[in-house]
Design a protein around this ligand. Structure first.
Ligand code: AGP
Length: 604
């Protein structure tokens, strides 16, 4: 969602801010803006639409400013207009905001009654006006920030610059925020994502909630100060070196990041297997045996929730342990039955998904231990968890999650094997290598066939993905992927559930992508026959060289399940990733940045 980048230092802020915002484009946005200090005045340049629109405006002016804040907005309050784009500013302050001010309408009404004027429909401008009001009463920036922040309700991150100084201020509540420092070049940075600062700021600071951070660049030196809201000094922040690399920003030979990320899966699987079975991760997995829980509580959103469903199967089938899994936005408000001796497991690529973080907080408040399966080291989820299981997927740029799903599920599988003390069994590494090998085969051979099938079905009205048992989560994930990137109606169903309603939809305009595993084979075939009898188009993804499947299918993608056992859902899923990709490509959609979607959903 919204991206924030700020800079203060001896050089022109425009370059690093625009580069940072470009790197954050993948997160999704609909307008962009920047505030610079030109001849001592705060000057805001902003524009609805793509970042390129802003870049064009800036290049016409060719400005130099040693301090600046930039923002890409994903609209929540107020439509997609230039006025609603950030920064919001006046002659004293400029502000960028990520999040939602829940009491904005009440506050706005009060402020208007007091004579304050608003230029936008955003909740964010309320913070600017509050700041200005408190500054008129105190003439003190820190006090004004603190008072404004205490007045608002909701989860947000703010970065503030002012006309009176070259300081950058920022603070947040349950929203991502990172401050960067480069001592050698005497530059200070701030962002909503460390990825924007890679190559600029070797040292990162992660302030905790309600800590005001003030970055000062003076006499060729950077100093970062932290304050509590009562303005006493604070030590509630973490420091970390920026270990990320920027090679992820290149698509290499691939047309889209999504395609690149699908292809990366095979080697990432090998690496993750080695990390957890033989490398540094082994200790982490071994420690799992020290934790006992009568019930696991999983919470996650979207694709991460589907990965959770796969992992639930592992924990139940391999470990015979109880797992309750909920969509995070449901879990947080359902007053879940939680006990202190239980463990919450939160699954997330970004580690910044607002609903998932809220579930983590809820579990911690109730005394549960909190574990994460997460990609972004240093993310909020990561920092707040008692124990983290990193998936080491590297940066995932495609909004549609692919490699993160596979590595989340694989991490869960290894956790489950660790609970059963199986990590030293040689078959485990072989299984992982086999999965990697089979996925590589799909990438090099089957992709052509999948692409061909896509050309035959992409104009159909609707798609129903079906699967049973361990393939049911894959049916859900396959349908989600197709909806997201091809903008076509798709649903995932348990194959046996079709006749309880959705079969009414079936006619020749509907495609059934039927996942058939070696297990429950005959029963799944019967489900396919039911669809076929109603003229539905059948695409079977199932065991290769099977005559029965060839008979029943209009299109048949034969796979080699031999030896994969529990990991076969991850294998099948790659076929569906390719299928969605090729359908979307034929439809000409914006595959890496699908409409209306954000990579990291930092508001609820
Ligand atoms: C996946 O393709 C989606 N874009 C989305 O469902 C995503 O998985 C979800 O928003 C959760 O994100 P997270 O893994 O970063 O928490």
């Amino acid at each position: 969602m919204c991206g924030i980048v700020g800079y203060s230092g001896p050089n022109n802020s425009v370059g690093p801010i625009l580069e940072g915002l470009t790197r954050l484009e993948y997160r999704g946005y609909d307008s962009a803006g920047i505030c610079l200090k030109l001849e001592g005045e705060l000057e805001i340049i902003k524009k609805e639409g793509k970042l390129d629109n802003l870049k064009t405006l800036i290049s016409e002016k060719n400005p130099f400013s040693s301090i600046g804040i930039g923002h890409t907005r994903w609209a929540t309050h107020g439509g997609v207009t230039t006025d609603n784009a950030h920064p919001h500013g006046n002659e004293i302050f400029a502000v960028v905001h990520n999040g939602i001010i829940e009491n904005a309408s009440v506050l706005k009404k009060e402020l208007i009654e007091q004579g304050y004027k608003f230029r936008s429909q955003t909740d964010s401008e309320v913070f600017l006006v509050l700041l200005t009001k408190f500054y008129s009463e105190t003439s003190d920036t820190l006090k004004s920030i603190s008072r404004a922040f205490k007045t608002i309700v909701g989860n947000s991150a703010f970065v503030i610059m002012e006309k009176a100084s070259d300081k950058l201020y920022c603070l947040k509540r349950s929203a991502p925020l990172v401050v960067g420092e480069n001592d050698e070049t005497a530059e200070a940075y701030v962002s909503s994502d460390p990825f924007a600062l890679v190559g600029y700021a070797p040292k990162l600071y992660f302030p905790q909630d309600s800590v005001i951070c003030e970055s000062v660049v003076q006499n060729n030196k950077v100093s970062i100060h932290f304050y509590e809201l009562d303005l006493t000094e604070s030590n509630r922040y973490k420091t970390q070196s920026n270990v990320m690399t920027i090679d992820a920003t290149s698509k290499g030979p691939y047309e889209h990041f999504m395609l690149k990320e699908i292809h990366e899966q095979s080697s990432l699987i090998d690496k993750l297997g080695a990390y957890y079975l033989k490398g540094e991760g082994r200790k982490k997995l071994d420690e799992l045996k020290n934790f006992k829980t009568p019930t696991w509580h999983f919470a996650a959103c979207g694709t991460a929730w589907h990965a959770g469903l796969v992992i639930k199967n592992y924990f139940e089938q391999i470990n015979r342990q109880r797992v309750s899994i909920e969509i995070a936005s449901e879990f947080r408000y359902k007053n879940p039955i939680l006990n202190k001796d239980e463990i919450g497991l939160f699954i997330s690529q970004s580690g910044e998904t607002a609903d998932t973080l809220a579930c983590q907080e809820l579990c911690e408040e109730q005394g549960l231990k909190s574990f994460s399966i997460v990609n972004v080291e240093g993310s909020t989820l990561f920092r707040n968890a008692d124990k983290n299981f990193l998936i080491h997927a590297g940066v995932e740029i495609g909004v549609a999650s692919t490699k993160a799903f596979t590595l989340q599920a694989l991490t869960g599988y290894l956790m489950s094997q660790s609970i059963n003390s199986n990590l030293d069994e040689p078959r485990l590494m072989s299984e992982i290598q086999l999965l990697s090998h089979r996925i590589a085969e799909i990438c090099s051979h089957s992709e052509v066939l999948i692409k061909e099938i896509a050309t035959k079905i992409y104009l159909h009205k609707g798609f129903i993905f079906t699967g049973r048992g361990k393939y049911f989560p894959i049916a859900l994930e396959g349908a989600l992927k197709l909806k997201e990137i091809a903008y076509v109606h798709a649903e995932g169903y348990a194959a046996g559930e079709l006749k309880h309603g959705p079969i009414a939809l079936i006619d020749e305009s509907i495609v059934n992508i039927a996942i058939v595993g070696p297990e429950l084979f005959e029963k799944t075939i019967s489900n396919i026959e039911e669809v076929k009898a109603r003229r539905g188009i059948i695409v079977v993804v199932g065991p290769k060289d099977n005559e029965e499947l060839k008979q029943v299918a209009d299109f048949y993608i034969g796979l080699d399940f031999e030896g994969l056992q529990d990991l076969s859902p991850l294998y099948v899923n790659v076929v569906l990733q390719f299928l969605s990709y090729h359908i979307a490509k034929l439809k000409g959609t914006d595959i890496d940045k699908p409409r209306n979607l954000a990579k990291s959903v930092t508001v609820e």
